[in-house]
Design a protein around this ligand. Sequence first.
Ligand SMILES: [Zn+2]
Length: 243
Amino acid sequence: MSQFNRHRRLRATAMMRQMVQENRLASADLIYPLFVVEGRHVKREVPTMPGVFQYSLDQIDAELAEINALAIPAVILFGLPAEKDAIGTGAFHVHGIIQEATRYIKARYPDLLVIADTCLCEYTDHGHCGLIDGETILNDESLAILAQTAVSQADAGADIIAPSNMMDGFVVAIREALDQAGHHAIPIMSYAVKYASAYYGPFRDAADGAPRFGDRKTYQMDLLIAGKRCARQPQISLKELTS
Ligand SMILES: [Zn+2]
C-alpha cells in the first residue's frame, strides 16, 4: 500500500515544521548593498530600482542607523567615483570612495561588517571590469590593479573583500596580495559567479558600471554553458567554475 511517502506527516503542525525546517532566514543572514557616491548632497534614486538610492557620505547616516536598528550585520559597498579613467584609479586610490566610505562606516559602527566590492567597471571610463587594449580586455594586467584595489580596501578597514570582476586567476592574485600586505585574516568572498546577462542591467544603473562598448561575454560566464556543466558535473563547485 505504501507506494508513496507521506511527507505531509512532517508538515502537520507549526512545531513539527519548525523542527524539521532545513533553512532559516534571519536578519543575521543578510548583506545590505550600499551605493556610495563621491561628492556631497547626493541622494539619488536609481531609475531602474525604485526605492534604491545612491548616497554621498554626508547623506548616509539615516540609512546606516536603519541598518543597525534592523540588526543587519553587513553592508557591501559599491563605489561611484567623481572621475573615471582608463585604469580605474578611483578603485585603488587611498581616498577613493570605497576607502572613504569604509573608514566612515567603521568609525561609527565598528561591529558592522563592511564588505568591499572589488572591481574596476565603476571606475574605468570604458566601463569594463579590467584594463583594455583597443577592444580587448586584458586579463593578467588587470590582476595587478585588482590586487592593489583589494589591498587598499583592506587597508581602509574592510572586513571582507568581494571580487566580482571575473578575470581568470583573480582570487589567487588577490589572496597573495592581501597576504603580502599582512591581511592574512581578511577573507575573500567570491560571489563572482557572474553571467553575461541583461539581468544585471538595473544593477549597472545603480553602480554606474555599464560597459561603453561591447559586452562582458569574453570574461563573464555564458549562462547556458554554465548550466550544462553544472548539470553534468554537479560535483564542480561554483567557485571552481570561476577560477
Ligand atoms: Zn565589474
